[in-house]
Design a protein around this ligand. Structure first.
Ligand SMILES: Cc1ncc(C[n+]2csc(CCOP(=O)(O)OP(=O)(O)O)c2C)c(N)n1
Ligand SMILES: [Mg+2]
Length: 529
């Protein structure tokens, strides 16, 4: 293999792994390899103006393509800005390969400007974090990073690339990273144990998380649920685990309160848990929410998540898709499931009107990024998620993913109609991503569910008052966004995105039409109160 500077060789490695886009925000300590990128045919740099936006776009791209997505951050300051969304990528198992520059190993002892322990900073929010220190192992380390990011359970990884190491020559060959297969099925005896526990249950439930969507096991999950006649709840699920109009689908347990899960699970005498852990709420119950004697069968590719908090009776480290297929075969023909509660009747909120109009006008190919928070119930009843790959949410409780996430998905799937629903609060964490959409001609749509409040914080505080018997009183000033009022249409316009404000029901139809007809990105400021 010919020798060449490591800053050139890394692009050969990226190409060998099918990576041709770098999402980033640049700085001086990355200038060496960014300079090479400009001369690298077929390689594209997608610039975003703040690191949260960079990571949100890359995360959406990785989720839409299956990854990996390459991210460049600038040293410790850029990594610091990106930590929140790296956390959400880690919680959601996004295969992001994050690199950051560093002045050089030779400066290590000088503790100069910008020096920081990048690896220590990245470690809690990545699956693997390391730093190259010798030009002879730059590609080897990148391959290891790609392998770890892409091996289920996937996750973000971090590699620090000091400038002086990249400037030196390397003769390492660039070859594709090895990604081990984890398409594993338990041996027949283990599957039979699981089937026996589930068969014996009279009121089983299925609890499904993102491990189902990563594995593409939606159909198999529905077959098992039908065989058991078991209601399906989604847990910590940001993508589709089952068609939400399926008669056995009940809803999402939500990410906040253990009491909500306990109420939903009351009476269950067995649970099949797939692709999630129990329970991911912010305030989970310390005791098991299941009635005494209830049996748990837990299937996941991540042994750490299995029985993390509640012991399981049958615990299988296995790929959900082939495992559920085998289980469905063992369980045989279906049992009748409990009937669904009749749908509640709702008034026509602005969100009902807007999402209803969108449902009527957009084709089957509509992709929704749902960061609508308190407007989400109306969105979901008008546009119930039905197909894999058409519905996304944040993970890990991080706000600011809706706008950049939709941009990343649209970049990966330009043929799809991609609409992000976000809040007046959520949008402002990463609003500068609109600029990136314009710069690269990414025709995603953005709907701001504008109630001039951090409404979810109001709602959660009211629950806190109720639980503690505290009398209702005014909400904290810090939950109010009404002063000064953000003019989202002008803000979007200043970043190059046209938009329209919708404050009356009569304006909804024309706004949806305009949004869908726009040749590029478009924003709707939907006043929801
Ligand atoms: C990065 C980040 N900062 C702060 C929070 C805390 N938080 C949770 S919900 C919320 C309010 C969101 O308001 P908005 O997006 O307008 O939606 P609404 O609740 O009004 O429907 C905030 C600030 C968070 N989840 N993530
Ligand atoms: Mg709001």
């Amino acid at each position: 293999m010919a020798t060449r500077p490591a800053k050139e060789a890394i692009f050969e490695q990226f190409a060998a792994d099918g990576i041709s886009v770098m999402f980033g925000n640049p700085g001086t300590v990355e200038q060496g390899f960014l300079d090479v990128l400009e001369e690298t045919p077929g390689f594209r740099y997608v610039l975003a103006l703040q690191e949260s936006a960079v990571l949100g776009i890359a995360d959406g791209y990785a989720r839409a393509t299956g990854g990996p997505a390459l991210v460049q951050l600038h040293s410790g300051v850029g990594l610091g800005n990106g930590v929140g969304l790296l956390y959400q990528a880690k919680r959601g198992h996004s295969p992001l390969v994050v690199i950051a520059g560093e002045a050089g190993v030779r400066y290590e002892a000088l503790d100069g400007q910008m020096a920081v322990d990048l690896v220590a900073m990245a470690r809690p929010v990545t699956k693997y974090a390391t730093r190259v220190t010798h030009p002879g192992s730059v590609l080897r380390v990148l391959r290891r990073a790609v392998k770890i990011a892409m091996t289920p359970p996937r996750g973000p990884v971090f590699v620090a690339l000091p400038m002086d190491v990249l400037d030196e020559d390397t003769d390492e060959p660039a070859v594709a990273s090895t990604i081990p297969s984890r398409a594993t099925v338990p041996v027949p005896e283990e599957l039979e144990r699981a089937a026996a526990v589930l068969r014996a249950a009279r009121r089983p439930v299925v609890l499904a998380g993102d491990g189902v969507s990563v594995s593409g096991a939606q159909e198999e999950l529905a077959r098992v649920a039908e065989a058991l006649g078991a209601p399906v709840w989604t847990v910590n699920s940001s993508e589709l685990t089952i068609d939400t109009t399926h008669p056995l689908h009940r809803g999402d347990l939500g990410h906040m309160f253990g009491e909500h899960s306990a109420a939903a699970l009351a009476g269950a005498d067995a649970a099949l848990v797939v692709g999630t852990y129990l329970f991911p709420e912010v305030f989970p119950l310390l005791a098991s929410p299941f009635p005494e004697g209830a049996k748990i069968v837990h299937i996941d590719l991540d042994d750490y998540e299995i029985a993390k908090n509640l012991p399981a009776d049958v615990a299988l480290v296995a790929d959900p898709k082939p495992t559920l297929a085998a289980l469905a075969g063992l369980l045989g023909p279906g049992r009748p499931g409990p009937a669904r509660e009749p749908a509640e009747v709702y008034g026509e909120s602005m969100m009902d009107l807007f999402a209803g109009e969108l449902a009527a006008r957009a084709g089957d190919g509509l992709v929704v990024f749902d960061e609508a928070l308190t407007s989400a119930p109306a969105l979901l009843r008008r546009l119930p998620p039905r197909r894999p790959g058409a519905y996304f949410q944040t993970r890990g409780g991080s706000l600011g993913v809706g706008i950049p996430g939709a941009i990343g998905i649209k970049l990966a799937r330009p043929e799809a109609e991609v609409v992000a629903f976000t809040g007046d609060g959520g949008s402002m964490y990463t609003i500068q991503a609109l600029w990136t959409a314009v710069r690269y001609g990414v025709a995603a749509r953005f709907v701001i569910c504008d109630n001039r409040r951090y409404q979810l914080l109001d709602d959660n505080l009211e629950q806190y008052w109720r639980e503690r018997g505290i009398a209702a009183h005014p909400h904290p000033q810090g939950f109010d966004l009404s002063h000064p009022q953000i003019d989202f249409v002008k803000l979007a316009a200043s970043l190059g995105v046209p938009g329209v404000k919708v404050s009356k029901p009569a304006q909804v139809e024309a706004a949806v039409q305009r949004m869908l007809a726009a040749p590029g990105p478009f924003l709707v400021d939907l006043i929801t109160t």
